[in-house]
Design a protein around this ligand. Structure first.
Ligand code: SAM
Ligand code: DTB
Ligand code: SF4
Length: 364
């Protein structure tokens, strides 16, 4: 087994990313085979439990209230709706449900209690449950763990340097704090990022330094290709090429050998051949279902045909880690502290975010 290193430097990661493609693919596939079954791919279904109206200014995100996009906003779903969607996901072969909320952070109160009940309900269906709810405190992470949460997704998105060019309403250290809070519990960490936002290759390497030097490394890492949504500051970004996606996946696999690397947003733009190359390079997870949070994703049947063609099998739930026990609300050890996480207020402004905001004001 190749060892897990937590001291990767940007230069070393760039050397890997820029290797001749055949050497890169060979090294990544070899690492992959030492740590995982290369014919098994984990399948997650995304569920947007609260859509749109977010106060943050993330330049890529169609759900930020300040931009004008075509998405339909929705208040928090109820537990029965979520259960019905989870059952659908299970019957179509997903082992995990990832519930996303367009929140800056979690606030203690009725809505968070409702999310905790969703977690209990899905865990009782014997599916892995993931949430991505923005920033959380340690107590909130503990309460999610007690409810039976398997993973918490909180992306670093880019390098610390480029992050400032995309988001001005919170800092990189706020992201790291939440990841740290999750790490103090039994919940696994899911953290990755986006390529195709106009960042340099150095920024991609910088993000991988930040992720791979976490100890332990994240259990899963989504690699998203930007979905450039009209009305967002990044609407004019050109799609990343498949070669960039393959290089990013392969490099992630090499520096984080045990992590499940997820081929995330952007698959509608990729051919089967391109996706097959990503699986060969070490991707071993996807988001399935015809929608990501608000944007399109390949049809489930098409994905199943691709799996058949490539001889891939969906991963069974709790293959990598045992199922957490759900503690009922009445037996909880942790009370609601009436908290919300603290976050920094960076002073910088991002011109293209300001421009998109002004454009949206004019439309509204
Ligand atoms: N509000 C929470 C947060 O920001 O952590 C959770 C939801 S947020 C939509 C989750 C992640 O989706 C982001 O961190 C980003 O990586 C990804 N994402 C959002 N919009 C995207 C887009 N247009 N293209 C690719 N990935 C996107
Ligand atoms: C992640 O890394 N990608 C997912 C999930 N984690 C939450 C979200 C992708 C969102 C793409 C844009 C949208 O559909 O709104
Ligand atoms: Fe809000 Fe998350 Fe979208 Fe940023 S990525 S605007 S925090 S929903």
């Amino acid at each position: 087994m190749s060892e897990i290193r937590h001291n990767w430097t940007k230069e070393q990661i760039l050397d890997i990313y820029n290797k001749p493609l055949m050497d890169l693919l060979y090294e990544a596939a070899t690492t992959h085979r030492l740590h995982h079954d290369p014919n098994t791919v984990q399948v997650s279904t995304l569920l947007s439990i609260k859509t749109g109206g977010c106060p943050e200014d993330c330049g890529y995100c169609p759900q930020a209230a300040r931009y004008h996009t075509d998405i339909e906003g929705n208040d928090l779903m109820n537990v029965q709706q979520v259960k019905a969607q989870a059952l659908r996901a299970k019957s179509s072969g997903s082992s995990r449900v990832c519930m996303g909320a367009a929140w800056r952070n979690v606030k203690d109160g009725e809505e968070f209690d409702q999310v905790l009940e969703m977690v209990r309900t899905i865990n009782k269906l014997d599916m892995e449950v993931c949430c991505t709810l923005g920033m959380i405190t340690e107590n909130q992470a503990e309460r999610l763990a007690e409810a039976g949460l398997y993973a918490y997704n909180h992306n670093l998105d880019s390098s610390e340097e480029y992050y400032k060019e995309v988001i001005s309403t919170r800092g990189y250290e706020d992201r790291l704090n939440t990841i740290d809070n999750v790490r103090k519990t039994n919940v696994t960490v899911c953290s990755g990022g986006i390529i195709g936002m106009g960042e340099k290759i150095e920024d991609r390497a910088g993000m991988l330094v930040a992720l791979s030097t976490l100890d332990p490394q994240p259990e899963s890492t989504p690699i998203n290709a930007l979905v450039a949504v009209e009305g967002t500051p990044l609407e004019e970004q050109q799609p990343v090429s498949i070669w960039e996606m393959v290089r990013m996946v392969a490099t992630t696999r090499i520096v984080m050998p045990e992590t499940q690397v997820r081929l995330s947003a952007g698959r509608t733009q990729m051919s089967r051949e391109g996706q097959a190359m990503c699986f060969f390079a070490g991707a071993n997870s996807i988001f399935a279902g015809d929608k990501l949070l608000t944007t399109p994703n390949p049809d489930v049947n098409e994905d199943m045909k691709m799996f058949e063609l490539l001889g891939l099998n969906p991963q069974k739930p709790f293959t990598k880690k045992t199922q957490p026990q759900t503690v009922e609300a009445s037996d909880s050890q942790y009370e609601s502290l009436g908290e919300k996480p603290k976050w920094s207020r960076p002073e910088h402004t991002i011109q293209r975010n300001e421009d998109a905001k002004q454009k949206a004001k004019a439309v509204k």
